[in-house]
Design a protein around this ligand. Structure first.
Ligand code: F6R
Length: 247
């Protein structure tokens, strides 16, 4: 595991964008596992900036998103497809047909899980998986006590995740109760993982995830076992970590 300490959110976004860009430069047809949420917004904005300056080319990049709400259409402003279009895809030269998310409108779970599993398999896996972390240690929509063996599946969202995500909806009642997500095992199969984290409110969970026991109670703790985990976090999020780690 390599941990890069950033000064603040802006610096974290730039450092993480550098790592993702290096992946694209080294492998122009890289398969990127992408995430939504507030944390990667600055990173995506930085990638757009470098693209506009002519420093990055997404024409061969393939993206596979981590998760999508069950039952939401891609046009819904709260869907993760909408988020990705708005925060990245519409502003760079990635080909729409190369951008993939679970299909929230497919209500046949078995069918959608099989389709998305086969899609990722057909790409020979994910080269770099970008992840954020939830306050309860969730990654993707894998909530505490999800078995580490879980592959792509459809989950019932916990109250705490519905609570955390209601900020994007008119009310908690409108937050979908289910979502498709890559499972812990599918995430661990990515060749590289880039975990981004910002803010004092994430300091405890980040420490537990990276230095606490590896346990399904903290889904992100399994990331300690990945052989190519890169963490980029700001000072506030790393405030519980011993200083000497960063000498
Ligand atoms: C997003 C996702 C979630 C978020 C996590 C952190 O696709 O799967 O696991 O990464 O909830 O969200 P933020 O960055 O909003 O704190």
């Amino acid at each position: 595991m390599r941990i890069y300490k950033a000064k603040d959110y802006k610096d974290m976004s730039r450092k993480a964008a550098n790592i993702l860009s290096a992946q694209i430069i080294m492998k122009p047809n890289a398969v990127l596992g992408l995430a939504t949420g507030s944390t990667p917004e600055g990173l995506y904005a930085q990638l757009i900036d470098w693209y506009q300056k002519g420093d990055l080319d997404f024409s061969k990049v393939i993206s596979v998103n981590l998760d999508e709400y069950y039952g939401l259409s891609p046009e819904s402003e709260q869907s993760y497809r909408y988020f990705m279009n708005h925060h990245l895809f519409d502003h760079v030269n990635i080909q729409t047909e190369n951008t993939h998310l679970p299909n929230g409108l497919e209500l046949d779970v078995k069918k959608e899980v099989a389709r998305y599993t086969e899609l990722i398999r057909s790409f020979d896996g994910i080269d770099m998986q970008l992840l954020g972390i939830g306050h309860n240690g969730h990654v993707g929509f894998n909530e505490p006590d999800t078995a580490f063996e879980t592959q792509i599946h459809c989950v019932d969202l916990t109250e705490s995740t519905i609570e955390a995500n209601k900020r994007f909806f008119a009310s908690a009642d409108e937050v979908p109760k289910k979502a498709y997500t890559l499972g812990i095992k599918s995430i661990m199969q990515a060749k590289k993982i880039l975990l981004v984290c910002s803010g004092a409110d994430k300091a405890d969970i980040l420490y537990r995830a990276l230095f606490g026991p590896v346990t399904p109670e903290v889904p992100a703790s399994i990331l300690q076992m990945h052989n190519d985990l890169i963490v980029v976090a700001d000072e506030a999020a790393l405030s519980k970590f011993p200083e000497e780690l960063f000498d």
